[in-house]
Design a protein around this ligand. Structure first.
Ligand SMILES: C[S@@+](CC[C@H](N)C(=O)[O-])C[C@H]1O[C@@H](n2cnc3c(N)ncnc32)[C@H](O)[C@@H]1O
Length: 263
């Protein structure tokens, strides 16, 4: 496993992301809770605990957040006794299950060699997993394993968990949400739970409304130059007929004679 540079996640890192994280949690979790109704939630790679603090605010009694020892107790948004310091680059086994496990924009921070065991850890924690992981090219602090959703779907599938893609269509146009959550948030649900839970089964019928691999305009905007109008042509060239490269005349789409000008 690669060594984590503790300086990668200093106070400056959380100062830059926790407000957007909290704002996003406040929009995403009510949708998830409406489906799952959890009384216990674990968050793997919880950072300062913005998502769990929101879960508490929504009435969840039992929460547990797991992140590295570099997260200072002062910075936590959850009670310190609800936080477990753990280097997540190695497998994490908790001796209990929760109603919901979350892993939000954390999976891409581990080496690819950790991907299988991370998914195994999450499936061992809950029948429903809220999972959001960066896509290729998203970029971010110490990203090591950016993958398209089918990569993670295949790994959850090995544990009998099915993807439920009912969040993205609801989140996509919500300006309050950080675009990476709108783009990457999926539910993974165990086969047993899906068979027993009518609400989640109904949510799963929404699969396929969007392509699995889709880039959110807000994520694209972070990394692409804004559109700049073309530099105007010099005055003496303006209005000159354009010519197609390698052709002396524009061709019609078929071999029929070129249409004559209409009034
Ligand atoms: C982008 S932040 C996401 C935080 C939170 N889930 C959220 O959405 O606001 C990624 C988190 O992964 C954690 N992380 C990365 N590598 C880790 C490791 N080896 N052990 C524990 N946590 C790690 C970082 O400390 C950081 O809090």
């Amino acid at each position: 496993m690669g060594v984590v540079s503790t300086s990668a996640y200093g106070a400056w890192f959380y100062a830059g992301q926790q407000d957007g994280s909290r704002r996003s949690a406040e929009r995403v979790l009510p949708l998830v809770f409406d489906l799952v109704r959890p009384t216990s939630v674990v968050d793997v790679g919880c950072g300062t605990g913005s998502w769990l603090a929101t879960a508490q605010h929504l009435g969840v009694d039992e929460i547990l957040g797991v992140d590295g020892p570099w997260v200072s107790a002062d910075a936590l948004h959850i009670p310190p006794q609800c936080f477990l310091q753990q280097d997540l680059s190695t497998p994490l086994r908790l001796d209990r299950r929760f109603d919901l496990a979350m892993c939000m924009e954390a999976a891409e921070h581990f080496d690819e060699s950790r991907a299988d065991s991370l998914v195994a850890d999450l499936c061992a924690m809950a029948d429903v997993v809220l999972f959001s992981a960066a896509i290729p090219g998203q970029t971010g602090t110490d990203h090591r394993n950016e993958q398209w959703p089918p990569y993670w779907r295949e790994r959850f599938g090995q544990w009998g968990y099915e993807l439920v893609d009912c969040l993205r269509t609801r989140l996509w146009d919500d300006q309050a949400i950080e675009p990476w959550y709108a783009q990457n948030a999926f539910l993974y649900v165990s086969g047993e739970r899906l068979a027993a839970d009518e609400r989640l089964r109904a949510a799963a019928t929404e699969n396929g409304r969007m392509p699995l691999c889709a880039v959110h305009p807000g994520v694209l905007a972070l990394f692409s130059a804004p559109y700049a109008p073309a530099v105007p042509e010099p005055a003496d060239r303006r209005g000159a007929p354009r010519r197609f490269i390698g052709q002396s005349e524009p061709r019609c789409r078929c071999d029929a004679p070129a249409p004559t000008a209409r009034a």
